[in-house]
Design a protein around this ligand. Structure first.
Ligand code: G1P
Length: 294
């Protein structure tokens, strides 16, 4: 029997330097896309994929994340007395949605190191990892797509996306062979090798790892056996490469649109697209955009 994935780990201890000064006193995970913080999109994706046990790896100055997912008595009382039922529901839904635990990553020593902080809470179960910088708009939640592969093969799965040209250097990149799945050979890959942030000339393919993973618990031992790599940090990609020695790892080219909300331009693109899709704002926002002398 393939064990069920019940937990999702959200690394959120990064310094957010790309968004300074906005992130000087506020975690980048709390930057709002229209009116919801980035991390909530990831949390809702996990919930819609069937996972409501959330583990957030935080660091210094991240208490706004904890407050966000906590009950806010003062605010709820205020909305209740003012009979603001809709707003009350929005606020309550956030804290009702999840069973959340927090663990601290004292130093930002890399993504692999962040994931390893969750070891005691995860235990010896398979689990998901969600990087909330990667916002993915899709009909079937991206994490659900990976879980479907996991539930079939019982092995670790990473999300993949084709990235053109030199931009590939910003990612973990896989060397992988396509395998037949659901009547096609264009989405599922068996990973042969992988490398974190290669120089364009050294990239083994144009298939980049995007921030959604389903990992089997052997990854913790792999992380412990992995020395610091790219940027002097303990990389999850390197640990997955180590895991490959003893376990298969799959890659799935997910269906959907991914925004790099950790980057200013990507964040702006996501903001515009999500605003245009909103029932309450889309029409007026589109009309406004059309007035711009572009
Ligand atoms: C991290 C991972 C990288 C992955 C990327 C996806 O990099 O280390 O392998 O391709 O997320 O967004 P970061 O963006 O944190 O530098």
């Amino acid at each position: 029997m393939i064990p069920k994935v019940r937990k999702a780990v959200f690394p959120a201890a990064g310094l957010g330097t790309r968004f300074l000064p906005a992130t000087k006193a506020m975690p980048k995970e709390m930057l709002p896309l229209v009116d919801k913080p980035l991390i909530q999109y990831g949390v809702e994706e996990a919930i819609n994929s069937g996972i409501s046990n959330i583990i957030i790896v935080t660091g210094r100055g991240k208490s706004a994340i904890e407050d966000h997912f906590d009950v806010s008595f003062e605010l709820e009382h205020n909305l209740e007395t003012r009979k603001k039922k809709d707003l009350l529901k929005i606020v309550r839904d956030v804290s009702d949605m999840i069973d959340v635990s927090y663990v601290r990553q004292k130093e930002a020593l890399g993504l692999g190191h962040a994931v390893a902080r969750a070891k005691d809470i995860v235990g010896s179960e398979p689990f998901a990892v969600v990087l909330s910088d990667d916002v993915i708009d899709s009909e079937v939640p991206c994490l659900r797509q990976l879980l479907d592969v996991y539930e079939f093969y019982g092995a670790s799965v990473v999300a993949l996306m084709e990235v053109p040209g030199d931009a590939i250097s910003a990612y973990g990149v896989v060397d992988a062979e396509p395998i037949s799945h659901n009547g096609g050979r264009d989405r599922l890959f068996r990973v042969r090798n992988m490398v974190e942030k290669p120089k364009p000339a050294d990239a083994p393919s144009n298939l980049a790892i995007i921030g959604r993973y389903v990992l089997t618990p052997e990854i913790f031992h792999a992380i412990e056996s992995t020395p610091a790599g790219s940027g002097g940090e303990i990389q999850l990609t390197d640990a997955l490469k180590y895991l490959l020695r003893s376990r298969p790892v799959y890659g799935y080219k997910f269906e959907g649109t991914r925004y790099d909300a950790g980057d200013k331009l990507g964040f702006l693109m996501a903001t515009v697209e999500y605003a245009l899709k909103r029932q309450d704002l889309g029409k007026d926002f589109r009309a406004y955009l059309k007035t711009l002398p572009l």
